[in-house]
Design a protein around this ligand. Structure first.
Ligand code: PNS
Length: 164
């Protein structure tokens, strides 16, 4: 049986921390479906097509990775794609409560799908899309935290916002 995991998130935008989790996940799973889903608590910077295009560029080197987006419940998408697991990255303790809540809710919604947490590498422990966007918006140097295509798109995005 092929072991498939959904790696869900906002990916607004994808960071080196996400890529680290995908690299680690590929050691456990045969296939990872990186899936953009809606997080109603977040206001996004990039459109879904923009986020997909960045993911495609960044993840093209991974043969066993697929990119998708889904407008609905994560567990429904997992069933649709015959995935056995949901993969999430865990950074600091501060992630725990939110991740714990989400994993338990997903388990309540579908008991057959397991959430698997992987630790990011130490160098990405403090990176998040939100903090990267904030620093980038005010001209902070975040080049080492995101793939080069994402760095370029962040600069373009904030420059175009300034022109408006
Ligand atoms: O990268 P994020 O924003 O932390 O990812 C959160 C995300 C998108 C995975 C989560 O909000 C999600 O799963 N959204 C889809 C709706 C859903 O199934 N929610 C979980 C049960 S309430």
């Amino acid at each position: 049986m092929e072991r498939t995991a959904i790696y869900p998130g906002s990916f607004d935008p994808v960071t080196n921390g996400h890529i680290d989790i995908i690299t680690r996940g590929l050691k456990i799973f045969d296939k990872i479906i990186v899936t953009i889903l809606e997080n109603p608590a977040k206001q996004v910077l990039f459109t879904v097509p923009e986020r997909i295009s960045m993911l495609q560029e960044v993840l093209q080197k991974f043969e066993r990775v697929e990119i998708a987006s889904y407008d609905g419940l994560l567990v429904d998408f997992a069933v649709q794609r015959n995935a056995q697991a949901i993969l999430r990255g865990m950074r600091a303790v501060s992630d725990f409560e939110y991740e714990f809540q989400m994993a338990l809710m997903n388990r309540k919604l579908n008991r057959n799908i397991q959430t698997v947490f992987l630790m990011t590498g130490l160098r990405w422990i403090f990176t998040s899309s939100s903090i990267i966007k904030e620093a980038s918006q005010f001209g902070g140097d975040i080049q080492s935290m995101v793939p080069s295509v994402v760095y370029k798109r962040l600069i373009e995005k904030y420059n175009s916002k300034k022109r408006k």
